[in-house]
Ligand binder design. Structure first.
Ligand SMILES: Nc1ncnc2c1ncn2[C@@H]1O[C@H](COP(=O)(O)OP(=O)(O)OP(=O)(O)O)[C@@H](O)[C@H]1O
Length: 207
């Protein structure tokens, strides 16, 4: 569902990477590794269409994102991709369940039962009506995982999703994210520093 063709990017004189090519199919997982500043976040932003391409191309389901308007890109991104960041970015005034339903409101696909099922999958059914401030860091990130997968995206892009968690919570969030994505047939690209979590997974090294 994703093709990356000879992708290159730099800020001014500083070249971060060039000629990156790879393809992602349904349910595939790829880990982006590299030292701080090597361009992991930049690469994820390019793949998500959040940053204008320089050289090379990114194709979503066979269609180049080069030249798509912001509006079309945003609509495609909403339906095709899920995003998770190091910080959860939950809406403080919405409950756990309401936060999970946000992508559904945006895509006009609101299904509270599916939201509850996702809550159950991340082990937080009993927290459905709590606000984020009443949740632990690991619980908030589990809500962010459920929210990112609400629209059953083809591709999940996760940037240091366990970066702010202790080892036990990091392992829990990591395991839930991968198993839920696997069940939905969602391909996952995840940037991380945590070499302990990624053992045995296909990787792409920057820097
Ligand atoms: N808007 C920008 N303008 C100029 N330089 C930038 C900009 N955004 C990022 N950079 C630089 O590009 C490099 C790569 O940044 P990026 O955030 O992609 O790296 P990273 O591998 O994700 O790092 P980390 O692991 O620390 O999160 C860094 O040196 C950063 O300072």
């Amino acid at each position: 569902m994703l093709e990356v063709l000879q992708l290159g990017f730099g800020y001014g004189e500083v070249e971060l990477f060039q000629n990156l090519s790879f393809t992602m199919h349904e349910s595939e997982i790829r880990v982006i590794l590299g030292p701080s500043g090597s361009g992991k976040t930049t690469l994820l932003h390019l793949l998500a269409g959040l940053l204008a391409l320089q050289s090379g191309d990114v194709r979503w389901q066979g269609e180049s994102i080069r030249g798509l308007s912001e509006e079309v890109l945003a609509q495609r991104r909403l339906l095709l991709t899920g995003l998770i960041f190091q910080h959860h970015y939950l809406q403080a005034e919405l409950t756990a369940l309401e936060n999970i339903l946000v992508p559904g409101y945006l895509a006009d696909k609101v299904d509270p039962d599916w939201g509850l099922e996702l809550l159950n999958r991340v082990g937080l059914l009993d927290r459905a009506h709590l606000l984020p401030k009443a949740l632990s860091g690991g619980e908030r990130q589990r809500i962010a995982v459920a929210r990112a997968l609400y629209n059953r995206p083809k591709l999940l892009l996760a940037d240091e999703p366990t970066g702010s968690l202790d080892r036990r919570n990091a392992e829990k969030v990591w395991g839930l994210m991968l198993s839920l994505a696997q069940d939905l047939g969602t391909a996952v690209i995840v940037a991380t520093h945590d070499e302990h979590l990624v053992q045995g997974l296909p990787e792409l090294r920057l820097g």
